[in-house]
Design a protein around this ligand. Structure first.
Ligand SMILES: [Mg+2]
Length: 272
């Protein structure tokens, strides 16, 4: 099958396409393990979603775009290795599994215009109650990630205060279960999708018809849903909780792992 170069499809991984072992999986739906961590299965998608994704990847340029670090991303198995993958919330472009240097220069330019990540990390640890957390770190030196102890999620008040503190420094916050992310202004999935689009459009046979489709579940995904021609988000997760909407974004009918399957079906429909 020849790939159609008039489209690109970008999707977030966790809670959009792949689902952790903590998810309630529906009975009788066959699932496939897509991530092994420390010798144990960690993430899954439905068998049908896996098969449809395989077809989609044959048909068009599909790229994962995730907040995961490069190492965390590389634990995930997809039906084939995508040519492009974006990690670190837009901070890293992997091309055939290798970091793209020009992308790094672009990202460094964005970081230079922001309060340094080290300073934000110290500010987080020193100025906010992090007693409830297991770990506060700066993955890939790109952003701050706070992970709550097992079974602990931050209270709403804490998230609000932290968001305000970060906003005052030009950073934004996303709370996803027991994880809270603070990311520098300008380093967004939306900016990354737009940049990749410009790169791919150049080689498209009909650049004026080039279309972008994206999917994601969290506030960190909102910017990439907004820059797409059409987008979709699952009927669960942070965006759903915040009743977020945009004119080009639809919501799935299903929730959980079946929403993941529905998203891939929808993507295939768009590019067929
Ligand atoms: Mg997600």
């Amino acid at each position: 099958m020849t790939k159609n170069h008039n489209h690109m499809v970008g999707f977030d991984l966790d809670q959009t396409i792949i689902y952790s072992k903590r998810t309630n999986f529906p009975d009788k739906t066959p699932i496939t393990c897509v991530e092994i961590y420390e010798d144990a299965p960690l993430s899954y998608m439905t068998q049908k979603a896996w098969e449809t994704l395989g077809v989609l990847m044959e048909k068009t340029e599909v790229f994962p775009i995730t907040t995961r670090t490069e190492a965390q991303y590389k634990r995930v198995t997809l039906p084939q290795q995508p040519r492009y993958a974006i990690c670190g919330n837009g901070g890293i472009l992997l091309e055939d599994g290798v970091r793209n240097k020009e992308w790094e220069i672009w990202v460094n330019g964005i970081l230079e215009q922001n309060v340094p990540v080290k300073q934000i990390l110290d500010f987080t640890i020193n100025e906010f109650d992090v007693e409830w957390t297991k770990k506060v770190s700066a993955p890939e030196d790109l952003f701050v990630c706070i992970v709550g102890k097992e079974g602990t999620i931050p209270n709403q008040k804490w998230v609000e205060q932290y968001t305000q503190g970060m906003n005052e420094h030009g950073w934004t916050v996303s709370a996803q279960g027991r994880k809270v992310y603070a990311v520098p202004g300008g380093l967004t999935k939306g900016a990354a999708v737009s940049k990749l689009k410009n790169m791919l459009k150049e080689t498209s046979p009909e650049p004026e018809r080039f279309s972008v489709y994206t999917a994601g579940d969290s506030l960190l995904d909102a910017s990439m849903l907004e820059v797409a021609d059409e987008a979709i988000h699952p009927a669960h997760g942070e965006l759903h909780k915040h009743k977020w909407s945009s004119s080009q974004t639809r919501t799935t009918t299903n929730k959980g792992v079946l929403a993941g399957e529905e998203i891939i079906d929808w993507m295939l429909n768009q590019v067929s």
